[in-house]
Write a protein that binds this ligand. Structure first.
Ligand code: CA
Length: 240
């Protein structure tokens, strides 16, 4: 991607991850989410959903209860246990309407619960309501780190410049925190790889292929400002 082609891009839209095995239902929900001005991400299984949640940091997860293999309840528990995804609001979708089932869903950590069949209008309203709640519980009091007009909000996984912002995955937050703590300095790839490895949670598989990761991050940060320096030999840094 060339920087001059990025200048007119708008900030990243609100992203909603839809985990639903029934293709017709998933396609319909995603279309309505897109019609409401949000960006849908699709997963047909729990494991695919978990992987997308970890790597794309969506703003919200719509999670079907009855999935093949890993159930929506298990996926919800995993999301809420993992520090990389525990902040994500989860709305459970299910055909179960018994009170006991509702309690099971909420005990698994779901933030809301919608019984099928539901109206698309209600679904969009519930999504918007959960998004407002999650913004209220994670106020942007002030950035943790600032270099020029770039501001990093670590807990919210957010990088902002003026009125524009992008969401980050947890390794990206860690890398940017390191670079923004040392503005103007280049850090070698092996130092970044070591920091990522030492911050890795047991069982998680963060890639430590720094060269590819940093190129991807440079393109992402360039949506805000072309400030991330990537030189595989000299090192990586944020220019002052
Ligand atoms: Ca299903």
């Amino acid at each position: 991607m060339r920087l001059d082609s990025l200048e007119n891009l708008r900030p990243m839209p609100t992203t909603v991850l839809v985990v639903e095995d029934e293709e017709d239902v998933r396609t319909l929900i995603c279309k309505k989410i897109a019609d409401a001005g949000m960006l849908p991400l699709q997963a047909a299984t729990g494991s695919e959903g978990l992987s997308l949640a970890r790597h794309h940091s969506p703003n919200l997860v719509l999670l079907d209860w009855m999935l093949p293999g890993q159930s929506g309840i298990d996926v919800c528990k995993t999301l809420k246990r993992d520090s990389a995804t525990s902040h994500l609001p989860v709305i459970l979708l299910t055909a179960k309407s018994e009170e006991a089932d509702r309690v099971t869903g909420l005990e698994a950590g779901a933030d809301d619960y919608l019984v099928k069949p539901f109206s698309v209008r209600e679904l969009i309203l519930r999504i918007q309501s959960e998004l407002r709640k999650s913004q209220r519980t994670a106020p942007l009091d002030g950035p943790d780190l600032r270099v020029g007009t770039l501001e990093l909000f670590r807990n919210q996984h957010l990088l902002r410049s003026g009125s524009r912002s992008i969401t980050l995955d947890p390794p990206e937050v860690l890398i940017l925190a390191l670079l923004m703590s040392n503005p103007g300095q280049l850090l070698k790839a092996d130092i970044l790889a070591e920091k990522l490895r030492s911050a890795q949670e047991p069982g998680s598989r963060i890639t430590t292929d720094i060269r590819h990761r940093m190129e991807a991050l440079r393109e992402k940060v360039a949506l805000l400002e072309d400030r991330l320096v990537c030189d595989p030999r000299a090192g990586y840094g944020i220019s002052c």
